[in-house]
Design a protein around this ligand. Structure first.
Ligand SMILES: [Ca+2]
Ligand SMILES: [Ca+2]
Length: 88
């Protein structure tokens, strides 16, 4: 009976030793999506529909669309992004 306890104890410590190391979550900066990330169909323009997947982009969309053609090109996007970070 005593032997069985020892075996059980050894089995327990072994399983603890093999416990997985905590997975390190790669800290991904999600605050600013890149233009190519937002441009889902890769046509070089961010449509309002594409922007709607990114709330931060959707919010600034109308302001960012300086030529009011309903889409953002990369320069409009970059400009709006830098304007946003320099604001306040
Ligand atoms: Ca697009
Ligand atoms: Ca535009």
């Amino acid at each position: 009976m005593k032997k069985l306890l020892v075996v059980a104890a050894v089995a327990m410590t072994t399983s603890f030793a093999h416990a997985e190391a905590p997975a390190t979550d790669a800290a991904v900066e999600t605050t600013q999506a890149s233009f190519t990330q937002i441009d889902a169909d890769q046509d070089g323009m961010i449509s309002k529909q594409e922007a709607s997947s990114f709330s931060s982009v959707e919010l600034m969309f109308d302001n960012a669309d300086s030529n009011k053609d309903g889409t953002l090109d990369s320069s409009e996007y970059e400009q709006a992004k830098s304007a946003e970070t320099t604001a306040q």
